[in-house]
Design a protein around this ligand. Structure first.
Ligand code: GLC
Length: 741
């Protein structure tokens, strides 16, 4: 349908019909006489009622080709204008073939793997009739107390942006109308939801506008630049105003400055939550704030349905604002081809064919293996397949391995660690739970100790159950539960090699695990193919290559701890350690236990010959940064070579280093490759105190290495020609260091 017809359609709509397009409900609200669905959340018991929500323009959370065709057909039969429903859902890291949680996907540093995971998720979900996914979540995270760090790709703006692009490409492809295996992507949560005070979900976010622009916005910008069709607002406040009603954030920043003209949808109930937030007295005022801020679709609460009509009739809000919102919604439906085919993609036979196909499972298995991070290996890994193994722990046979936001995945499809290991061994391993996730019994422990005594090596499968992270999954203690630490401690006493595999949704305080284990593999939540991927790694059929994208603190007392921090005026590493008055702790180091970018391999990689093509970067020039990487190990492996930049003197304080590039290289044993990065002035830009995004002349250090801690640096000068105003008028000059000429 062409755009002029969309305008004609809008002109023919009543205010009630326009308000309906701006409301989203779960599917049961649309079934006649439903009543079982009540509005949930912090406003339970508030002024809501099913009949308010009978009109709607989109449906949340339903899936299944037949069901969605039924809902669409019933809806269109009742619809005066025949405007089809949009079907949206949280397909966050896979649909029925569940991939690793996004924090794990981030640890692959593999844009192709991430894009492929999103494409497979879209293919399965589109066949099930879905049109939109509420993904990618690109909130930068620095606080592992927050349960939703599992849903982010980590603590770095640059890497989050690169991966956000990969997600959007995978979901959307380049022809949403004609490629019915794709979904529209909804980037979330706008903005800075990943920085709640205390790591407590839904809590206040308060930061300078410059901090927001420098660290939290880049990944949203990248997703939008890649063409994400929707944005979802965040629950939190930004500068004291809830994002969903924040006019500066949404109209001035998102729409005007960032140029977003797609659909802006609230998070679940976030419009009405402006009442408990204390910035709206009732649904009516919440509706005014949300419309004024530019919110197009209200998710799951009735403020728009109840008040848009009267607010326009009373001239409290202009109908033009409503028409603008409805036009964006209809444009999205049009982009998806729903006016021509309201049943776009929904195909039961295709759904049954593609979901959980062998090809999809293999992709999930390969990606899961790439997402695991080898944190420690004292030589016990890889395991030989002829060894007598005891597999112990609450995750030994668990299928709770998909993690949060795997709502369409089924545990019965998940490969357990036991199944994965048994598939590798001639001798069945002894398997004991040893304890539950949070409690241990004498009998469990005794059986585990007995099994371990008979084994040559013990594989421990430990972690958090998936309800211990994810939305509303904030924890003040980020260690493994005491029951599991007791199990580790008792087994350690036997003196057997201990290999610990961790299943968790956040960086953990690994006291009681890291020293007690001879090897530690961070597996996160690997998804449907978890057991196969873990076994591939444990027995060396796959060489670990994952690298952390979020720091592991020594303890929660260090939080927030992240690699791109500032030196402060009392840098502890530039002041004699005996000197008290430095920026440090009395009882812990400043550095994390494992830094951003860290991950071991069964290969050994050495770096040498770091060189720059020049020590001077001219305006619009580039510097080639090269390094030789050799695999001095005995097995082929993949290394992620990282490049960081430091601005030695800025107009504002600048991080000790910032990721500005990375390369994945495959190296055979003994092989050396030269890895080359092109560094240009774009990489030197940052937000100045007046919020201009630009670069300065000056001295920089570029460094390369296997992680953010072990790098080797080289200095260079950036000397752009700058406009100098002087008595003789404006002219261009060069700046080298301090001299001007
Ligand atoms: C949830 C989440 C959001 C999700 C939405 C719909 O509360 O915050 O990420 O997309 O509701 O399920």
């Amino acid at each position: 349908m062409n755009e002029s017809k969309l305008h004609d359609l809008i002109n023919s709509m009543t205010l009630e019909e326009k308000a309906a397009q701006m409301s989203q409900v779960v599917s049961s609200f649309l079934h006649e006489g439903s009543g079982e669905e009540k509005i949930t959340g912090p406003f339970a018991g508030m002024e809501v009622a099913n009949e308010d929500m009978s009109g709607s323009g989109s449906v949340l959370g339903a899936s299944g080709a037949d069901d969605l065709r039924t809902i669409q057909r019933a809806y269109l039969e009742r619809s005066r204008l025949g405007i089809p429903l949009l079907f949206m859902a949280d397909v966050i890291h896979g649909y029925k073939t569940v991939f690793p949680v996004p924090l794990a996907l981030g640890c692959t540093w593999d844009t192709e793997a991430v894009e492929k995971s999103a494409a497979i998720a879209a293919k399965e979900a589109a066949a099930a009739g879905l049109h939109v996914t509420f993904s990618p979540m690109v909130d930068l995270v620095r606080d592992p107390r927050w349960g939703r760090v599992m849903e982010s790709t980590g603590e770095d703006p640059y890497l989050n942006g690169v991966l956000a692009r990969a997600f959007v490409r995978g979901y959307q492809g380049d022809d949403l109308k004609n490629d019915q295996s794709k979904l529209a992507a909804c980037v979330k949560h706008f903005a800075a939801y990943g920085a709640p005070e205390g790591g407590r979900d839904y809590n206040t976010v308060d930061m300078s506008r410059r901090q927001l622009m420098e660290y939290y916005l880049p990944a949203y910008e990248a997703a939008l630049d890649e063409g994400a069709e929707l944005v979802m607002t965040a629950f939190n406040t930004v500068e004291g105003i809830p994002a969903t009603g924040n006019k500066w954030l949404m109209r001035d920043l998102l729409r005007k400055e960032m140029g977003f003209d797609g659909v802006l949808i609230s998070d679940w109930g976030a419009v009405q939550e402006m009442i408990p937030h204390g910035v709206a007295a009732d649904n009516r005022e919440a509706a005014i704030k949300a419309v004024t801020a530019g919110l197009d679709i209200e998710m799951m609460t009735p403020c728009y349905i109840q008040h848009v009509k009267t607010l326009v009739e009373e001239n409290v809000i202009q109908e033009a604002l409503i028409d603008e919102a409805v036009l964006r919604i209809l444009k999205l439906k049009n982009k998806l081809g729903l006016f021509e085919n309201p049943y776009r993609g929904a195909d039961r036979e295709l759904e049954e064919t593609v979901t959980l196909s062998d090809v999809h499972r293999q992709a999930a298995r390969d990606t899961a293996a790439k997402s695991c991070v080898l944190l420690k290996n004292d030589g016990v890994l890889p395991l030989r397949k002829d060894r007598n193994i005891a597999l112990i722990g609450p995750f030994a046979e668990s299928t709770d391995l998909m993690g949060p936001w795997s709502i369409f995945g089924a545990e019965e499809d998940v490969v357990s660690v036991r199944t994965g290991i048994c598939g590798k061994l001639d001798i069945e391993p002894a398997v004991e739970k040893g304890c539950d996730i949070e409690v241990i019994s004498f009998e469990q422990l005794e059986a585990a100790v007995e099994a371990a005594k008979k084994a040559e090596v013990v594989v421990l499968a430990l972690g958090e159950h998936s309800e211990m992270s994810g939305e509303a999954g904030s924890r003040t203690k980020i260690k493994l539960p005491d029951a599991q630490l007791q199990l580790v401690s008792e087994l350690r006493k036997l003196g057997k090699p201990l290999v610990t595999v961790l299943f968790n949704g956040r960086p953990l305080d690994l006291h009681g695990v890291i020293d007690e284990s001879d090897a530690v593999l961070e597996a996160w939540y690997p998804g449907t193919e978890a057991g196969h991927a873990v076994a591939d790694l444990l027995f060396g059929d796959t060489n670990p290559s994952g690298k952390l994208t979020m720091s592991f603190p020594h303890s929660v007392g260090q939080v927030p701890v992240y690699y791109n921090s500032f030196t402060t005026g009392r840098p502890h590493n530039q002041i004699p350690s005996e000197y008290r008055f430095a920026s440090k702790y009395l009882d812990a180091p400043n550095e994390p236990l494992f830094p951003f970018g860290f991950g071991l391999s069964y290969s050994e990689f050495t770096y040498s010959n770091v060189a720059l093509s020049s020590e001077m970067m001219e305006e619009s020039g580039t510097i080639r940064v090269s390094v030789d990487v050799q695999n001095t190990g005995a097995v082929a492996g993949e290394e992620t070579v990282q490049m960081y930049v430091r601005d030695l003197v800025g107009e504002v304080v600048r991080p000790v280093k910032e990721l500005k590039g990375f390369r994945k290289v495959h190296l055979e044993p003994g092989e050396t490759k030269q890895v080359v990065f092109e560094l240009d002035e774009e990489s030197l830009k940052y937000y100045h105190s007046d919020l201009t995004y630009t670069y300065d002349a000056g001295e920089f250090v570029v460094s390369v290495g296997p992680d953010s801690r072990n790098t080797e640096g080289r200095r260079f000068t950036y000397s752009p020609a700058i406009r100098v105003r002087s008595a003789v008028g404006e002219h261009t000059t060069r700046v080298y260091g301090e001299e001007r000429f």
